[in-house]
Write a protein that binds this ligand. Structure first.
Ligand code: PGA
Length: 252
């Protein structure tokens, strides 16, 4: 049985005060959610304050990026140990916005995943094709390339601590969700890649989240797919009402 994960990626939204206010209101609304794990990913500046505010609750805190070195001359970057110290348990790696805005490569994703694991963080690793790639019939080729390079050299034990997020780039922030069947097809393909590289046990246990315009009115259809183990949510994670509705999806 794979326990679903509902993760909110706040991107470059929310001041410290707004972030603390958000989780303070969220806590009672999701306190009885035992069917899934709840994760929020605030901007770096709000991590410590949010981690303090959720202490003792069922809400975990993720960062949105990490550097692979323990420390060093990397202006503007944050090391894995620093995220742990700030109260993070998870970190999002390889989001398409970082691949597009910052030129992040699959090789960098791989180094970040290994560094995060070594520091005791649980990576949420994003893969997904662009619209042009999908229309050219290259979705599986892109997923396979991102998977093989991004997850190179990982052991089954490593993989037991990794969450994968399938996020078709054309569905992010566009209101164009993949249909549950389209998403499930890619999830099945990714799970097949895990099976090839790491065996059946790892493949059947790894959680694969869907991301891309997940909203309270489409979450139930997505979660009804056996292959979909949760959601990585941008826009709809910014409001307490919609994010708590997503967490409480069985009642939607
Ligand atoms: P969205 O973003 O829910 O706003 O489409 C998803 C993501 O980027 O993780």
């Amino acid at each position: 049985m794979r326990k679903p994960v509902i993760a909110g990626n706040w991107k470059m939204y929310k001041t410290i005060a707004e972030a603390v206010d958000f989780v303070t209101k969220l806590k009672p609304l999701v306190a009885s959610a035992e069917h899934c794990e709840v994760v929020v990913a605030p901007p770096f500046t709000a991590l410590r304050a949010v981690a303090d505010a959720v202490k003792g609750s069922n809400i975990a805190v993720a960062a949105q990026n990490v550097h692979w070195d323990k420390e060093g001359a990397h202006t503007g970057d944050i090391a894995p140990g620093m995220l742990r110290e700030a109260g993070c348990t998870h970190v999002i790696i390889g989001h398409s916005e970082r691949r597009q805005d910052c030129g992040e490569t699959d090789e960098q994703v791989n180094r970040k995943v290994k560094a995060a694991l070594a520091a005791g963080l649980l990576p949420i690793v994003c893969v997904g094709e662009t619209l042009a790639e999908r229309e050219a019939g290259k979705t599986q080729e892109v997923l396979e390339r991102q998977f093989r390079a991004g997850f190179a050299g990982l052991t089954p034990q490593d993989f037991s601590r990794i969450i994968v997020a399938y996020e078709p780039v054309w569905a992010i922030g566009t209101g164009r969700t993949a249909t549950p069947e389209m998403a499930a097809e890619s999830h099945r393909f990714i799970r097949g890649l895990v099976r090839q590289q790491l065996g059946e046990g790892v493949a059947s246990a790894v959680r694969i989240l869907y991301g891309g315009s997940v909203k309270p009115d489409n979450v139930k259809g997505l979660m009804a797919q056996e292959e979909i183990d949760g959601a990585l949510v941008g826009g709809a994670s910014l409001k307490v009402d919609s994010f708590s509705a997503l967490v409480n999806f069985p009642q939607a």
